[in-house]
Design a protein around this ligand. Structure first.
Ligand code: TXA
Ligand code: MG
Length: 357
């Protein structure tokens, strides 16, 4: 089973983080998927600070996080029956619904689109924060707490690494009144994110014309959604709204990443090592000596849980290349394969280049 977190933010830290949000500041907080970088969704200046801190282009919308039982009708104009069923079945949990944005909600969170992404996370620290913030009536806009294009953080330490903070930057954790002057003042501790990859995103905003659309695969599968609403979410078409996690290159470490099936990988590894190339290996079945190696569980949930920490750790080893043993290709592995495909983007031909050196 999953490891219990060593420490989690206490009530005092959570109350202080809620106050920081209410004052327009940024708070990084744990969710069951990945850590989020949060701001008051109804304060456009605060939301703008998220974009600044992440270096994220302004045309990428952010997800609004709500406390369990929050009034969805405040945020969106239309909640189709099917969306209510999904809320009932999967919230709190790793599912984001795209719905028609209520005109009273700032388009800062939706990058000008008429829709808004809403999610109710299940991590107890996230729930405590959302319940404390504006007495549970607010919404926290939060993308993943990483610099744009990088691997998402699944621990508080990953967040501090991303933003170049040390633990002492973190006023609220120690109960200090003051927050650091850095853009990101507070990182709430919540252990390792249990799911490990970002939420499943389903667009329910154009149900009548397009049906449900799967914008990003995740822990909750298209089939689980179909089991609840009787319609299988379709793959996005050209007209689908933009989702930054759907860019071809994303979730990428600095070291090039390449994916190969076991046989081809063993072969390439031998040739690369003979050339003196340092390779970090991420596998689920193979156990071949490499300069660095992380073996992940051969089940999709266990693999997803360890994937981003593995990419980050292998990125730190100083290796020339990260080789990933191609995971199984069946539907249960869709979320994992989607993230891996984006992390290898742009590294085509890297093995030949390294061998020719
Ligand atoms: O698991 C998650 O969803 C995490 C945690 C922190 O909740 N958040 C996350 O946020 O992954 P972010 O910003 O890294 O990815 C959210 C994705 C983006 O690809 C964004 O473009 C898309 O959701 N999105 C948000 N609002 C949208 C909208 N109105 N229409 C289409 N896509 C939207
Ligand atoms: Mg992200």
């Amino acid at each position: 089973m999953k490891q219990a977190p060593a420490t989690v933010a206490d009530q005092a830290a959570i109350a202080e983080a809620a106050a920081v949000l209410e004052e327009g500041g940024l708070v990084a907080f744990p969710t069951e998927t990945v850590y989020g970088l949060g701001a008051d969704a109804e304060n456009p200046a605060a939301v703008a600070r998220i974009y600044e801190a992440k270096g994220r282009p302004h045309d990428h919308p952010v997800i609004v996080h709500l406390a369990p039982g929050a009034d969805l009708d405040y945020w969106v104009t239309e909640v189709p029956e099917e969306a209510r069923k999904l809320v009932q079945a999967f919230w709190p949990g790793p599912l984001t619904l795209i719905l028609k944005r209520h005109p009273q909600i700032s388009d800062a969170v939706s990058a000008g689109q008429d829709s808004v992404g809403i999610r109710c996370p299940s991590h107890p620290v996230a729930i405590a924060l959302l319940s404390a913030f504006k007495g549970g009536k607010g919404g926290v806009a939060a993308p993943s707490a990483n610099k744009f294009g990088n691997v998402s953080p699944t621990s508080a330490q990953h967040v501090r690494d991303e933003f170049g903070m040390d633990e002492h930057d973190d006023g609220a954790l120690n109960g200090d009144a003051a927050c650091s002057a850095s853009a990101l003042g507070v990182v709430l501790e919540g252990g390792s994110s249990e799911v490990g990859i970002e939420s499943t995103i389903v667009d329910m905003s154009r149900l009548a014309t397009h049906g449900p659309v799967l914008l990003r695969p995740g822990h909750i599968s298209a089939q689980q959604i179909a089991d609840v609403i009787g319609m299988l979410p379709a793959a996005p078409d050209q007209a689908a709204p933009r989702a930054s996690g759907t860019l071809e290159s994303h979730y990428a470490p600095r070291t090039p990443v390449t994916m190969l099936a076991a046989d081809a990988l063993t072969d390439a590894l031998a040739k690369l090592q003979a050339k003196g190339v340092k390779v970090a290996l991420i596998s689920h079945a193979l156990n071949t000596p490499a300069a660095a190696h992380r073996q992940l569980p051969a089940d999709p949930a266990g693999y997803a849980y360890g994937l981003y920490a593995a990419l980050r750790d292998m990125d730190q080893t100083g290796c020339d290349l990260i080789l990933v043993e191609t995971p199984p290709q069946d539907n249960d592995w869709l979320g994992v394969n989607d993230r891996l495909r984006r992390s290898v983007f742009g590294s085509a031909g890297i093995i030949d280049t390294l061998l020719q050196k």
